[in-house]
Design a protein. Structure first.
Length: 112
């Protein structure tokens, strides 16, 4: 039997997220750090449609247009670099010049 704890944390390009279908470690938690986007993903075996890696946190500021809208965990966090007149709790809008933290509420990215 393979020691699954050795592969709990992995890193690489976001395009190379590990294939869950080929994962031989079973239900152990997995964390993946995308070195190209400074994003942290976590394996969610309970994800609808089967196990999937979901964005947990985006460390590097990105534009509003570049924020992901799929495979997200409610409460995921990111920082955007181009918010337009951000208001606490409002859905973030882009094309501005304000850097602000945002949180995914399951439907939209909201100003934190």
């Amino acid at each position: 039997m393979r020691n699954g704890y050795l592969s709990i944390l992995q890193a690489g390009l976001v395009a190379n997220l590990p294939s869950v279908a080929s994962d031989a470690d079973g239900p152990l938690p997995k964390i993946y750090y995308a070195t190209d986007t400074n994003a942290l993903y976590i394996l969610n075996p309970a994800h609808s449609g089967g196990a999937a890696y979901e964005l947990l946190m985006q460390f590097k500021p990105v534009t509003v247009a570049a924020l992901p809208t799929a495979n997200l965990i409610v409460g995921s966090e990111a920082v955007v670099s181009d918010a337009t007149t951000p208001t606490l709790g409002a859905t973030v809008a882009g094309s501005g010049a304000v850097q602000v933290a945002v949180i995914w509420n399951g439907t939209n990215w909201k100003v934190a």
